[in-house]
Design a protein around this ligand. Structure first.
Ligand SMILES: Cc1ncc(COP(=O)(O)O)c(C=O)c1O
Length: 433
C-alpha cells in the first residue's frame, strides 16, 4: 500500500504538477454533479422535469423574489425588455463597459442602447453622467454590478424614481453580493444573473431573472410560459459540453484540455451560444432566443445554490490573498458583502507583458478589454461612437483581472504577484478609489 502511494505520488509529480495550469472557467462543479448530468442525459427528463420547479423554489427562497431560469442571462434580459413593453426607438441607458450581449438584446427589440461612462473606482456606471443622458424616450436604467462589485444602486433607484424609469439590475457577475441584507439583483424592478461556466455558479449555460416589482409578476410569468425550451438535441450538446468542460478544464489537464475543447467545438461536439456579432434577432437560427433552462441544468443549479455560501467565502479568501500582496483595495472593501469578487480586477500598465508572464500559470482571458466586450470592430453597428466614453475606453486598455473560483490555488501565483507589485506597473490606488 505504502509502495502504491509512493508510486502514485511520483507519477503525480512527473505528470501533473509541471502541467498544472489554472483557468477562468468551471471551478465550482464537483464530479458528482457531472455524474448526475450523465445519468440525466439518458433519462426522459433531460429537457423538462421536476428539477426546474425545485430550482425556482430554492432561488425564490434565497433571493426573496419570484425567480425564473433561462438558457442564458441575455435571454432573461431580453424577456424583461419584452415584459416591460420596450418598443422601437425606446432608449435604455447602459454602461459602455459591459458585455456585447447586453446592447444586442436591446437591439433585438429595435430599441436604442445609450452608453454611459463608468467610474474608475469600481468599473460601475457613473451616476452623474447617467442623469445627463435621460431623455423623454428613456424607459429604463441598466444597473450593472461589474465583476461582482455592486454599483451605487441607491443613487440609481433615486434617479429612476425622480424620472419615473424602470431599473433593471445586471447581476450577471454578482450572484451572492448583498447591500443592507438585500441581494444584488433584487433591488431594482427586475434583476438577472448569468450562470455559465465563468460565473459565480455554473449550470453549463444559463441565467436567472428575478421579478422584484409585483406589478409585473403576472405579465412576466405569462411571458415565461409562452417561450420554448431548447430542443433535446441542443440540450444534450450543452450537457455534453458541461461534462467535457468539467474534466478537461481541470488545472491538471488544462494544458491538453484547452486543445481538446477547441477541436471538439470545431467538430460540433461542444457548443456555446454565440450571438456576439448579431445585431438582429433574425440572424440567430441555431437555437430559440429566448429559451427556458432545461431540466438537466436546473439539476446542477440546485447543487450550486446549496453550495453558494462556501463558493463565496472561497472567493473572498482568494481576493484577500491577492489583495494582501497587491494592496489595491482597503481590506474592509474586500470584506464588504457588496463585493463578491467574481474576478479581482484592477488597472495596470504594460498589460500584454503581464498577461504573458501570468500565462505560464494561469489562462486569464482578461475580461472587458473592449467596449461592449465581445465586439471587435464596427462599433457604430451597436450605436457606440469611439472616443465618447473616455474612462470606459481607458479601462479597456488597462484592465487586469484574476479569477477566484474553487480551483484557484492563489499561492501558485505568489511569485508573480510580488513581482507585479514591485514593478510599479499597477495604476495607483489613489487613481482608483
Ligand atoms: C456584465 C454581463 N451581463 C450579462 C451577461 C450575459 O450573460 P449570458 O452569457 O449568460 O447571456 C454577461 C456575460 O458574460 C456579462 O458579462
Amino acid at each position: 500500500m505504502i509502495f502504491k502511494n509512493k508510486v502514485f505520488q511520483i507519477i503525480k509529480h512527473l505528470m501533473i504538477y509541471p502541467h498544472y495550469k489554472m483557468n477562468v472557467f468551471s471551478g465550482t462543479n464537483s464530479y458528482s454533479e457531472m455524474l448526475d448530468v450523465i445519468k440525466c442525459l439518458f433519462s426522459s427528463t433531460c429537457v423538462n422535469g421536476s428539477d426546474i420547479g425545485i430550482y425556482h423554489h430554492l432561488l425564490q427562497k434565497m433571493l426573496g423574489s419570484p425567480s425564473y431560469s433561462f438558457a442564458s442571462g441575455r435571454m432573461g434580459f431580453y424577456s424583461i425588455l419584452k415584459t416591460i413593453g420596450i418598443q422601437e426607438k425606446d432608449e435604455i441607458i447602459i454602461p459602455s463597459y459591459t458585455c456585447i450581449v447586453v446592447p444586442n438584446a436591446i437591439l433585438y427589440c429595435s430599441a436604442k442602447p445609450v452608453y454611459c461612462d463608468i467610474l474608475m473606482s469600481d468599473f460601475n456606471i457613473d451616476t452623474d453622467h447617467l442623469e445627463s443622458l435621460i431623455t423623454s424616450r428613456t424607459k429604463a436604467i441598466y444597473a450593472q454590478h461589474t465583476f461582482g462589485q455592486m454599483c451605487d444602486i441607491d443613487k440609481i433607484m433615486e434617479i429612476a424614481a425622480k424620472h419615473n424609469l424602470i431599473v433593471i439590475e445586471d447581476a450577471a457577475l454578482a450572484l451572492g453580493a448583498r447591500k443592507d441584507g438585500k441581494w444584488a439583483g433584487t433591488i431594482g424592478d427586475f434583476g438577472y444573473y448569468s450562470t455559465d461556466r465563468s460565473k459565480v455558479i455554473n449550470t453549463g449555460l444559463g441565467g436567472i431573472v428575478t421579478v422584484n416589482n409585483s406589478n409585473y409578476n403576472k405579465k412576466f410569468s405569462d411571458y415565461y410560459d409562452s417561450i420554448p425550451y431548447l430542443d433535446e438535441k441542443m440540450t444534450k450538446k450543452i450537457a455534453q459540453t458541461f461534462i467535457i468542460n468539467v474534466i478537461t478544464l481541470h488545472p491538471s489537464l488544462y494544458w491538453i484540455g484547452k486543445f481538446i475543447n477547441m477541436v471538439l467545438t470545431k467538430f460540433g461536439v461542444m457548443t456555446y451560444f454565440s450571438d456576439e456579432q448579431c445585431v438582429r434577432k433574425e440572424s440567430i437560427y441555431a437555437y430559440p432566443y429566448p429559451a427556458k433552462l432545461s431540466n438537466i441544468f436546473a439539476k446542477i443549479g440546485i447543487w450550486q445554490i446549496q453550495n453558494i455560501k462556501h463558493n463565496i467565502s472561497h472567493r473572498k479568501q482568494v481576493a484577500h490573498y491577492y489583495n494582501d500582496i497587491l494592496q489595491i483595495y482597503p481590506s474592509e472593501y474586500i470584506e464588504n458583502e457588496k463585493n463578491i469578487f467574481l474576478r479581482y480586477s484592477f488597472l495596470i500598465r504594460n498589460r500584454d507583458y503581464w498577461e504573458n508572464r501570468f500565462s505560464s500559470k494561469i489562462d486569464l482571458s482578461i475580461w472587458f478589454k473592449s467596449i461592449a466586450s465581445g465586439r471587435i470592430d464596427n462599433f457604430e453597428k451597436i450605436g457606440y461612437s469611439l472616443g465618447s466614453n473616455t474612462i470606459s475606453e481607458y479601462a479597456c486598455l488597462h484592465i487586469f483581472n484574476l479569477p477566484t473560483h474553487q480551483q484557484i490555488k492563489s499561492e501558485k501565483l505568489k511569485k508573480l504577484l510580488l513581482e507585479l507589485k514591485k514593478s510599479g506597473d499597477i495604476i495607483s490606488k489613489e487613481n482608483i478609489l
